[in-house]
Design a protein around this ligand. Structure first.
Ligand SMILES: [Zn+2]
Length: 459
């Protein structure tokens, strides 16, 4: 895992912490609002009902002038508090024609508008913070210092409340959600009363609807928008100096089937499209991205030509290397993910492959560095390709172990790598892991193929 990926994980953790706080706040707010609604329904039952049942006919009578005034006051207050949302108010004039049931339904709508306004405010604030944090983190990787964007608070406007799915930004999604919920609640109430539901029964229904729908809608939105803002804001500082990225499913710890397929391809940064090839790809997606470079040497030359600040190597290490940076982060990660194998290829070793993930431990890295000085530093970036697309797999003298031969044509270098495959019955925490690898010459290559049993040969 590179320094950048670790940094992304930290960002995700901070994001989740903030999300938890926000969710708690909103959740208790929803509870308070729900109790208000319940009180209002109780008042109706008390005023227009007998034995806990309301007579529907009584609700069809015109709303009292006092209640009309109350509704109008509610609207005026909302318009004062949130002038930017005043256009969302129900038409004030038509209030004079309302019957009592409609009066209650108008109140429900008004309440949902309030809720939407509060959600909007809090979620915007939360996402602004994430956007700033994400952009700064990526800018730091690019060598611009830790607080590059703090003097430019407008930067968050580029990432927060941007329409990216179905042309809707999250405010519109919130309004859709609250409108939808108001409609549901209103038909629950009208139908319940028409059926002659008791107060308890009606309130149970309304509570279920209110609490589960508001929370679910809000939580999903917070999560998915958070992923969007994090991905876009962290990509921003890379857009000038890099061209390609790959979707990374490391983000939420589980690889989801939707993102897995997409993560196998690289895309142009300029062509990134959230919901299609850039996070989030789906509701509840928490994927990130990695920066991809075909030729780091060339990239570093170009970078220095453009910037001339002597930072190229450092930037490259931050994005690319797990080893050099692990000392930078002071984290003791002892296991490094290095790539994936194709089970079809390695079934020549065992049919019993448990995972396609491949790791290397610090201990093995140390071993390789000692036995084959410089090979690790110079060539570890080829490991994913070596294991993923071997030229030959040779029988090893140990069970469940593959000896892999691979020629990296662009470098004209040949490599030998020993991979232990995880099988059923291995300890849970085991992964397929690289035992050793080193560069070999043409003679060793030929001798190995001649003297050992070849189990797989690339077509
Ligand atoms: Zn995903």
């Amino acid at each position: 895992m590179s320094y950048w990926q670790k940094r992304q994980q930290q960002l995700s953790k901070q994001l989740e912490k903030d999300e938890d706080k926000l969710k708690k706040r909103l959740s208790s707010y929803f509870d308070t609002e729900y109790r208000k609604l319940e009180k209002q329904i109780a008042a109706y039952y008390k005023q227009y009902g007998t034995d806990n049942v309301i007579q529907y006919r009584r609700l069809m009578e015109s709303l009292s002038d006092a209640d009309k005034r109350l509704l109008i006051e509610q609207m005026d207050e909302f318009a004062k508090k949130y002038p930017e949302y005043a256009h969302l108010l129900p038409v004030r004039e038509s209030i004079y024609k309302l019957n009592r049931l409609e009066g209650l339904q108008y109140s429900v709508r008004m309440q949902q508008l309030e809720i939407g306004a509060v959600e909007n405010e809090q979620i915007t604030e939360h996402l602004n913070r994430q956007a700033m944090r994400g952009a700064n983190a990526a800018a730091e990787i690019m060598g611009f210092g830790k607080n590059f964007y703090f003097n430019n608070p407008d930067i968050t406007k580029r990432f927060v409340n941007i329409p990216w799915s179905n042309g809707e930004n999250f405010s519109q999604k919130i309004w859709n959600n609250t409108t939808k919920l108001a409609n549901y609640l209103n038909s629950d109430i009208a139908q319940g009363i028409a059926r002659g539901d008791s107060y308890d029964r009606l309130v149970r229904k309304v509570r279920e609807r209110f609490s589960s729908v508001s929370r679910n809608d809000a939580y999903r939105l917070i999560y998915t928008e958070g992923t969007y803002v994090m991905a876009e804001s962290t990509m921003q500082p890379f857009t000038d100096d890099f061209e390609k990225y790959r979707l990374s499913t490391v983000g939420d710890g589980n690889v989801c089937s939707i993102c897995r397929g997409v993560s196998e391809e690289t895309f142009d940064i300029a062509d990134r499209q959230p919901g299609v090839n850039f996070p989030p790809l789906h509701p509840w997606c928490r994927c990130t991205f990695t920066i991809e470079v075909d030729d780091w040497d060339k990239w570093m030359d170009d970078y220095e030509k453009r910037h001339g600040n002597g930072q190229a190597q450092k930037v490259a290490n931050h994005i690319n290397s797990d080893i050099i940076s692990s000392s930078n982060t002071k984290e003791d990660i002892q296991v490094h993910s290095v790539g994936k194998i194709n089970r079809d290829i390695y079934k020549c070793i065992t049919e019993d492959i448990v995972t396609d993930e491949v790791i290397i431990t610090d201990e093995r890295i140390q071993h390789i560095k000692e036995r084959h000085p410089n090979d690790y530093e110079r060539f570890y970036s080829y490991i994913p390709e070596i294991i993923n697309d071997p030229d030959f797999i040779i029988e090893a003298n140990k069970p469940n172990t593959a000896v892999v031969l691979k020629e990296i044509e662009e470098r004209g270098e040949k490599f030998k790598l020993v991979l232990r495959i995880k099988v059923q019955g291995d300890p849970e925490e085991y992964k397929n892991s690289i035992m050793t690898f080193w560069r070999i010459g043409g003679t060793t290559w030929r001798k190995t193929l001649k003297n050992k049993t070849v189990l797989y040969k690339k077509e």
